[in-house]
Design a protein around this ligand. Structure first.
Ligand code: GCO
Ligand code: MG
Length: 409
Protein backbone atom coordinates (compact mmCIF):
# COMPACT_ATOMS: atom_id res chain seq x y z
CA UNK A 1 0.00 0.00 0.00
CA UNK A 2 1.37 3.43 -0.82
CA UNK A 3 1.89 5.91 1.98
CA UNK A 4 1.03 9.49 1.08
CA UNK A 5 2.10 12.92 2.24
CA UNK A 6 -0.73 14.33 4.31
CA UNK A 7 0.66 17.61 5.61
CA UNK A 8 3.96 19.53 5.49
CA UNK A 9 4.51 22.17 8.14
CA UNK A 10 7.27 24.05 9.94
CA UNK A 11 8.27 24.02 13.59
CA UNK A 12 10.21 27.08 14.74
CA UNK A 13 12.37 26.92 17.83
CA UNK A 14 15.51 28.48 19.35
CA UNK A 15 16.65 26.39 22.33
CA UNK A 16 20.18 27.80 22.06
CA UNK A 17 18.92 31.28 21.03
CA UNK A 18 19.61 30.51 17.36
CA UNK A 19 16.60 30.54 15.01
CA UNK A 20 16.00 26.98 13.72
CA UNK A 21 13.40 25.88 11.16
CA UNK A 22 12.38 22.21 11.20
CA UNK A 23 10.04 20.71 8.62
CA UNK A 24 7.67 17.94 9.63
CA UNK A 25 6.16 15.77 6.89
CA UNK A 26 3.11 13.91 8.16
CA UNK A 27 1.84 10.88 6.28
CA UNK A 28 -1.34 8.91 5.74
CA UNK A 29 0.01 6.23 8.08
CA UNK A 30 -0.89 7.11 11.67
CA UNK A 31 2.18 8.04 13.71
CA UNK A 32 4.56 7.96 10.72
CA UNK A 33 6.30 11.28 10.02
CA UNK A 34 9.70 12.58 9.01
CA UNK A 35 11.82 15.58 10.03
CA UNK A 36 14.10 17.74 7.94
CA UNK A 37 16.25 20.83 8.47
CA UNK A 38 15.23 24.01 6.62
CA UNK A 39 17.22 26.44 8.75
CA UNK A 40 18.18 29.66 6.98
CA UNK A 41 18.66 31.58 10.17
CA UNK A 42 18.85 35.05 8.59
CA UNK A 43 15.55 34.64 6.64
CA UNK A 44 13.60 31.93 8.51
CA UNK A 45 10.12 33.34 7.90
CA UNK A 46 10.61 33.39 4.14
CA UNK A 47 11.36 29.64 4.30
CA UNK A 48 8.20 29.02 6.33
CA UNK A 49 6.15 30.68 3.57
CA UNK A 50 7.85 28.61 0.86
CA UNK A 51 7.14 25.38 2.77
CA UNK A 52 3.61 26.02 3.97
CA UNK A 53 2.17 28.11 1.14
CA UNK A 54 3.87 26.42 -1.82
CA UNK A 55 5.35 22.95 -1.12
CA UNK A 56 2.58 21.72 1.16
CA UNK A 57 -0.22 22.21 -1.39
CA UNK A 58 2.07 21.10 -4.24
CA UNK A 59 3.09 17.82 -2.61
CA UNK A 60 0.03 16.84 -0.59
CA UNK A 61 -1.12 13.34 -1.63
CA UNK A 62 2.26 12.37 -3.17
CA UNK A 63 3.73 8.91 -2.54
CA UNK A 64 6.39 9.32 0.17
CA UNK A 65 8.66 6.77 -1.54
CA UNK A 66 9.31 8.94 -4.59
CA UNK A 67 12.04 11.10 -3.09
CA UNK A 68 13.96 11.85 -6.28
CA UNK A 69 10.87 12.65 -8.30
CA UNK A 70 9.51 14.88 -5.54
CA UNK A 71 12.85 16.72 -5.50
CA UNK A 72 12.89 17.21 -9.28
CA UNK A 73 9.25 18.32 -9.43
CA UNK A 74 9.65 20.76 -6.52
CA UNK A 75 12.89 22.09 -8.03
CA UNK A 76 11.22 23.09 -11.28
CA UNK A 77 7.90 24.11 -9.71
CA UNK A 78 9.13 27.63 -9.06
CA UNK A 79 10.75 27.88 -12.52
CA UNK A 80 13.39 30.23 -10.97
CA UNK A 81 15.51 28.06 -8.73
CA UNK A 82 18.77 27.48 -6.83
CA UNK A 83 18.22 30.24 -4.30
CA UNK A 84 18.67 29.80 -0.53
CA UNK A 85 15.01 30.20 0.48
CA UNK A 86 13.58 27.64 -1.92
CA UNK A 87 16.52 25.26 -1.43
CA UNK A 88 16.01 25.29 2.33
CA UNK A 89 12.31 24.61 1.92
CA UNK A 90 13.09 21.67 -0.37
CA UNK A 91 15.73 20.42 2.05
CA UNK A 92 13.16 20.26 4.85
CA UNK A 93 11.00 17.99 2.72
CA UNK A 94 13.87 15.96 1.24
CA UNK A 95 15.48 15.07 4.59
CA UNK A 96 12.07 14.28 6.07
CA UNK A 97 11.34 11.85 3.22
CA UNK A 98 14.65 10.05 3.81
CA UNK A 99 13.76 9.92 7.50
CA UNK A 100 10.40 8.35 6.60
CA UNK A 101 12.00 5.89 4.18
CA UNK A 102 14.42 4.79 6.89
CA UNK A 103 11.64 4.34 9.40
CA UNK A 104 9.65 2.29 6.89
CA UNK A 105 12.66 0.12 6.08
CA UNK A 106 13.60 -0.09 9.76
CA UNK A 107 17.10 1.08 8.87
CA UNK A 108 19.18 4.15 9.70
CA UNK A 109 19.59 6.44 6.67
CA UNK A 110 23.33 5.70 6.43
CA UNK A 111 22.37 2.04 5.87
CA UNK A 112 19.88 2.92 3.16
CA UNK A 113 22.64 4.88 1.41
CA UNK A 114 25.12 2.01 1.34
CA UNK A 115 26.09 1.40 4.95
CA UNK A 116 28.83 2.59 7.24
CA UNK A 117 32.38 2.81 6.00
CA UNK A 118 33.56 4.27 9.32
CA UNK A 119 32.29 3.75 12.83
CA UNK A 120 31.98 7.46 13.69
CA UNK A 121 32.74 10.86 12.16
CA UNK A 122 35.78 12.72 13.54
CA UNK A 123 34.86 16.34 14.20
CA UNK A 124 36.53 19.71 14.48
CA UNK A 125 35.58 22.15 17.19
CA UNK A 126 36.13 25.88 17.66
CA UNK A 127 38.55 27.76 19.91
CA UNK A 128 38.45 31.55 19.94
CA UNK A 129 39.26 34.53 22.10
CA UNK A 130 40.37 38.12 22.38
CA UNK A 131 44.06 37.22 22.78
CA UNK A 132 46.20 34.52 21.19
CA UNK A 133 46.96 33.02 24.63
CA UNK A 134 43.26 32.67 25.36
CA UNK A 135 42.66 30.84 22.06
CA UNK A 136 45.60 28.53 22.65
CA UNK A 137 44.45 27.73 26.21
CA UNK A 138 41.01 26.87 24.93
CA UNK A 139 42.50 24.66 22.23
CA UNK A 140 44.61 22.89 24.86
CA UNK A 141 41.47 22.22 26.92
CA UNK A 142 39.62 20.82 23.90
CA UNK A 143 42.57 18.66 22.99
CA UNK A 144 42.57 17.24 26.55
CA UNK A 145 38.91 16.33 25.98
CA UNK A 146 39.94 14.21 22.99
CA UNK A 147 39.45 16.64 20.10
CA UNK A 148 42.32 16.53 17.66
CA UNK A 149 41.01 19.00 15.05
CA UNK A 150 40.56 22.55 16.27
CA UNK A 151 39.63 25.74 14.45
CA UNK A 152 41.40 28.82 15.80
CA UNK A 153 40.06 32.39 15.49
CA UNK A 154 41.43 35.42 17.34
CA UNK A 155 40.00 38.90 17.66
CA UNK A 156 41.72 41.82 16.01
CA UNK A 157 41.85 44.26 18.95
CA UNK A 158 38.84 46.55 18.79
CA UNK A 159 37.52 45.11 15.52
CA UNK A 160 34.55 42.97 14.55
CA UNK A 161 36.34 39.70 13.85
CA UNK A 162 34.60 36.58 12.53
CA UNK A 163 34.45 33.67 14.97
CA UNK A 164 34.96 35.78 18.09
CA UNK A 165 32.64 37.53 20.53
CA UNK A 166 33.42 40.86 18.85
CA UNK A 167 31.55 39.95 15.66
CA UNK A 168 28.05 40.89 14.47
CA UNK A 169 27.13 43.35 17.20
CA UNK A 170 24.08 45.47 16.45
CA UNK A 171 25.25 49.01 17.14
CA UNK A 172 22.10 51.02 16.66
CA UNK A 173 18.64 50.93 15.13
CA UNK A 174 19.68 52.73 11.91
CA UNK A 175 22.60 51.44 9.85
CA UNK A 176 24.59 53.33 7.19
CA UNK A 177 28.12 54.42 6.30
CA UNK A 178 28.00 57.17 8.93
CA UNK A 179 26.40 55.09 11.70
CA UNK A 180 28.42 53.76 14.62
CA UNK A 181 29.83 50.55 13.22
CA UNK A 182 31.51 47.20 13.59
CA UNK A 183 34.85 48.06 11.99
CA UNK A 184 36.90 45.40 10.24
CA UNK A 185 40.19 46.07 8.44
CA UNK A 186 41.40 43.16 6.27
CA UNK A 187 45.13 43.88 6.54
CA UNK A 188 45.01 44.12 10.35
CA UNK A 189 43.19 40.80 10.40
CA UNK A 190 45.75 39.10 8.15
CA UNK A 191 48.64 40.21 10.40
CA UNK A 192 46.78 39.03 13.49
CA UNK A 193 45.91 35.61 12.02
CA UNK A 194 49.55 35.02 11.11
CA UNK A 195 50.60 35.89 14.68
CA UNK A 196 48.01 33.48 16.10
CA UNK A 197 49.20 30.49 14.07
CA UNK A 198 52.85 31.18 14.72
CA UNK A 199 52.18 31.06 18.48
CA UNK A 200 49.70 28.22 18.30
CA UNK A 201 52.00 25.86 16.43
CA UNK A 202 54.82 26.63 18.84
CA UNK A 203 52.66 26.10 21.91
CA UNK A 204 50.48 23.21 20.81
CA UNK A 205 53.13 21.09 19.09
CA UNK A 206 53.20 19.39 15.70
CA UNK A 207 50.47 16.75 16.12
CA UNK A 208 47.28 18.66 16.61
CA UNK A 209 45.33 19.55 13.45
CA UNK A 210 44.63 23.28 13.13
CA UNK A 211 41.99 24.96 10.96
CA UNK A 212 41.07 28.53 10.18
CA UNK A 213 38.05 30.30 8.64
CA UNK A 214 38.75 33.51 6.71
CA UNK A 215 34.98 33.86 6.19
CA UNK A 216 35.54 35.50 2.81
CA UNK A 217 36.29 38.87 4.34
CA UNK A 218 39.51 39.86 2.60
CA UNK A 219 40.31 40.92 -0.98
CA UNK A 220 41.81 38.14 -3.15
CA UNK A 221 45.49 39.26 -2.97
CA UNK A 222 45.35 39.27 0.84
CA UNK A 223 43.73 35.83 0.87
CA UNK A 224 46.62 34.56 -1.26
CA UNK A 225 49.20 36.31 0.92
CA UNK A 226 47.70 34.82 4.08
CA UNK A 227 47.63 31.34 2.54
CA UNK A 228 51.36 31.61 1.87
CA UNK A 229 52.05 33.03 5.33
CA UNK A 230 50.17 30.18 7.03
CA UNK A 231 51.80 27.37 5.04
CA UNK A 232 54.63 26.75 7.54
CA UNK A 233 52.04 26.03 10.27
CA UNK A 234 50.55 23.10 8.28
CA UNK A 235 46.83 23.74 8.54
CA UNK A 236 44.36 20.88 8.10
CA UNK A 237 42.37 23.37 6.05
CA UNK A 238 42.09 27.04 5.19
CA UNK A 239 38.41 27.85 4.90
CA UNK A 240 36.48 30.19 2.63
CA UNK A 241 39.43 32.38 1.62
CA UNK A 242 37.39 33.97 -1.21
CA UNK A 243 33.74 34.94 -1.61
CA UNK A 244 31.50 33.24 -4.20
CA UNK A 245 31.73 36.44 -6.26
CA UNK A 246 35.48 35.78 -6.83
CA UNK A 247 35.67 32.11 -7.71
CA UNK A 248 38.10 32.59 -10.60
CA UNK A 249 40.74 33.65 -8.09
CA UNK A 250 40.92 30.08 -6.79
CA UNK A 251 43.16 29.26 -9.75
CA UNK A 252 45.63 31.90 -8.66
CA UNK A 253 45.44 30.83 -5.05
CA UNK A 254 46.11 27.22 -6.02
CA UNK A 255 49.02 28.31 -8.16
CA UNK A 256 50.68 30.20 -5.30
CA UNK A 257 50.09 27.98 -2.32
CA UNK A 258 49.91 24.34 -1.26
CA UNK A 259 47.60 25.07 1.66
CA UNK A 260 44.57 22.69 1.75
CA UNK A 261 41.46 24.70 0.84
CA UNK A 262 37.91 24.21 2.14
CA UNK A 263 35.10 26.10 0.46
CA UNK A 264 31.40 26.26 -0.06
CA UNK A 265 29.13 27.13 2.85
CA UNK A 266 27.67 30.04 0.85
CA UNK A 267 26.98 27.99 -2.27
CA UNK A 268 23.42 27.33 -3.38
CA UNK A 269 23.84 26.60 -7.05
CA UNK A 270 25.61 23.70 -8.81
CA UNK A 271 27.18 26.26 -11.16
CA UNK A 272 29.19 27.57 -8.23
CA UNK A 273 30.33 24.17 -7.06
CA UNK A 274 31.07 21.99 -10.09
CA UNK A 275 33.85 24.10 -11.69
CA UNK A 276 35.85 24.18 -8.44
CA UNK A 277 35.56 20.41 -8.03
CA UNK A 278 36.32 19.41 -11.60
CA UNK A 279 39.38 21.67 -11.78
CA UNK A 280 40.49 20.35 -8.38
CA UNK A 281 40.76 23.90 -7.04
CA UNK A 282 39.61 22.91 -3.56
CA UNK A 283 40.33 20.01 -1.21
CA UNK A 284 37.22 20.00 0.97
CA UNK A 285 33.65 20.69 -0.10
CA UNK A 286 31.95 22.52 2.69
CA UNK A 287 28.40 23.17 1.62
CA UNK A 288 25.52 23.59 4.02
CA UNK A 289 23.22 20.69 3.12
CA UNK A 290 19.97 22.60 3.53
CA UNK A 291 21.32 25.46 1.39
CA UNK A 292 21.78 23.13 -1.59
CA UNK A 293 18.39 21.45 -1.17
CA UNK A 294 18.96 18.60 1.27
CA UNK A 295 20.36 15.11 1.56
CA UNK A 296 19.69 14.00 -2.05
CA UNK A 297 21.81 16.73 -3.69
CA UNK A 298 24.39 16.29 -0.89
CA UNK A 299 24.76 12.61 -1.71
CA UNK A 300 25.23 13.31 -5.42
CA UNK A 301 27.77 16.02 -4.64
CA UNK A 302 29.72 13.74 -2.30
CA UNK A 303 29.97 11.11 -5.04
CA UNK A 304 30.98 13.68 -7.65
CA UNK A 305 33.73 14.93 -5.33
CA UNK A 306 34.96 11.40 -4.71
CA UNK A 307 36.03 11.07 -8.34
CA UNK A 308 38.08 14.27 -8.08
CA UNK A 309 39.82 13.58 -4.78
CA UNK A 310 37.80 16.25 -2.95
CA UNK A 311 36.70 15.30 0.57
CA UNK A 312 33.56 16.36 2.44
CA UNK A 313 33.45 18.74 5.39
CA UNK A 314 29.75 19.56 5.61
CA UNK A 315 28.95 22.85 7.26
CA UNK A 316 27.89 22.20 10.87
CA UNK A 317 27.53 25.48 12.81
CA UNK A 318 24.96 26.27 15.51
CA UNK A 319 22.53 27.32 12.80
CA UNK A 320 22.44 23.82 11.40
CA UNK A 321 19.68 22.23 13.50
CA UNK A 322 20.32 18.88 15.22
CA UNK A 323 18.17 17.35 12.46
CA UNK A 324 20.61 18.83 9.93
CA UNK A 325 23.54 17.48 11.97
CA UNK A 326 21.94 14.02 11.87
CA UNK A 327 21.69 14.33 8.06
CA UNK A 328 25.35 15.44 7.85
CA UNK A 329 26.30 12.43 9.95
CA UNK A 330 24.36 10.00 7.73
CA UNK A 331 26.55 11.12 4.79
CA UNK A 332 29.73 11.21 6.90
CA UNK A 333 29.26 7.58 7.82
CA UNK A 334 28.52 6.17 4.37
CA UNK A 335 30.71 8.29 2.06
CA UNK A 336 34.25 7.08 1.66
CA UNK A 337 35.53 10.55 0.76
CA UNK A 338 34.53 12.02 4.12
CA UNK A 339 37.15 14.48 5.38
CA UNK A 340 36.00 15.98 8.69
CA UNK A 341 32.75 17.14 10.29
CA UNK A 342 32.32 20.58 11.83
CA UNK A 343 30.69 20.32 15.25
CA UNK A 344 29.01 22.93 17.34
CA UNK A 345 28.04 21.51 20.70
CA UNK A 346 24.34 20.96 21.36
CA UNK A 347 24.02 23.48 24.16
CA UNK A 348 21.25 24.66 26.49
CA UNK A 349 18.07 22.60 26.33
CA UNK A 350 18.78 21.55 22.72
CA UNK A 351 19.21 17.87 23.60
CA UNK A 352 15.84 17.79 25.36
CA UNK A 353 14.06 19.55 22.50
CA UNK A 354 15.67 17.14 20.01
CA UNK A 355 15.76 13.65 21.56
CA UNK A 356 18.28 11.49 19.69
CA UNK A 357 20.89 14.19 18.97
CA UNK A 358 24.05 12.52 17.65
CA UNK A 359 26.44 11.75 20.50
CA UNK A 360 29.84 13.44 20.82
CA UNK A 361 32.49 11.06 22.10
CA UNK A 362 36.26 10.56 21.57
CA UNK A 363 36.55 13.56 19.26
CA UNK A 364 33.85 12.17 16.96
CA UNK A 365 30.13 12.19 16.29
CA UNK A 366 28.34 8.85 16.74
CA UNK A 367 24.99 7.82 15.35
CA UNK A 368 22.42 6.14 17.58
CA UNK A 369 21.71 3.78 14.65
CA UNK A 370 17.96 4.21 15.05
CA UNK A 371 15.77 3.91 11.93
CA UNK A 372 15.61 7.02 9.75
CA UNK A 373 17.69 10.00 10.86
CA UNK A 374 17.35 8.77 14.46
CA UNK A 375 16.22 12.14 15.75
CA UNK A 376 12.91 13.52 17.00
CA UNK A 377 11.48 16.82 18.21
CA UNK A 378 9.47 17.46 21.35
CA UNK A 379 7.06 20.00 19.92
CA UNK A 380 5.66 21.15 23.25
CA UNK A 381 9.12 21.85 24.59
CA UNK A 382 10.23 23.41 21.28
CA UNK A 383 7.37 25.93 21.63
CA UNK A 384 8.84 27.10 24.93
CA UNK A 385 11.84 28.51 23.01
CA UNK A 386 10.43 31.04 20.56
CA UNK A 387 12.72 33.05 18.30
CA UNK A 388 14.61 35.66 20.33
CA UNK A 389 13.79 39.34 19.86
CA UNK A 390 16.02 41.02 17.29
CA UNK A 391 15.59 44.35 15.50
CA UNK A 392 15.74 42.70 12.05
CA UNK A 393 14.42 39.20 12.88
CA UNK A 394 17.90 37.70 12.82
CA UNK A 395 19.30 39.46 9.72
CA UNK A 396 23.02 40.19 10.03
CA UNK A 397 24.22 43.69 10.86
CA UNK A 398 26.67 45.14 8.34
CA UNK A 399 30.37 44.87 9.04
CA UNK A 400 32.16 47.94 7.75
CA UNK A 401 35.68 49.11 6.97
CA UNK A 402 37.02 52.14 8.78
CA UNK A 403 35.77 54.34 5.92
CA UNK A 404 32.22 53.09 6.45
CA UNK A 405 31.98 50.77 3.43
CA UNK A 406 30.35 47.34 3.84
CA UNK A 407 32.53 44.22 4.04
CA UNK A 408 31.02 41.01 2.63
CA UNK A 409 30.84 38.40 5.34
C1 GCO B 1 31.24 28.15 9.97
C2 GCO B 1 30.46 29.30 9.45
C3 GCO B 1 29.32 29.83 10.29
C4 GCO B 1 28.48 30.84 9.50
C5 GCO B 1 27.05 30.83 9.93
C6 GCO B 1 26.17 31.74 9.10
O1 GCO B 1 32.22 27.85 9.32
O2 GCO B 1 30.84 27.55 10.94
O3 GCO B 1 31.27 30.27 8.87
O4 GCO B 1 29.73 30.36 11.50
O5 GCO B 1 29.00 32.13 9.63
O6 GCO B 1 26.57 29.53 9.89
O7 GCO B 1 24.89 31.79 9.62
MG1 MG C 1 32.78 29.05 7.74
Amino acid sequence: MTVQIRKIRCILTAPADIRLVIVKVETSEPGLYGLGCATFTQRPLAVVTAVEKYLDPFLCGRNVDEIEDIFQASYTSSYWRNGPVLNNAMSGVDMALWDIKGKRANMPVHDLLGGKCRMAAPVYVHASGAECEEVIDQARGLSEQGFNHIRLQVEVPGQATYGTASDLQVNGPVDGPNAPRNVFEPSDYVRRARQLFEHARQELGPEIELLHDVHERVPPPLAIQLAKDLEPYRLFFYEDPLPPEQLDHFRLLRHHSAIPIAMGELFNNPNEIVPLVKERLIDFIRVHLSQIGGLSPGLKLAHLCDFFGVRTAWHGPGDTSPVGHAANLALDLCCHNFGIQELSFFTGPTQEVFPGCPEVRQGALWSNDLPGLGIDIDEKLAAKFPFPEHPWNGAWPAIRRGDGSVVRP
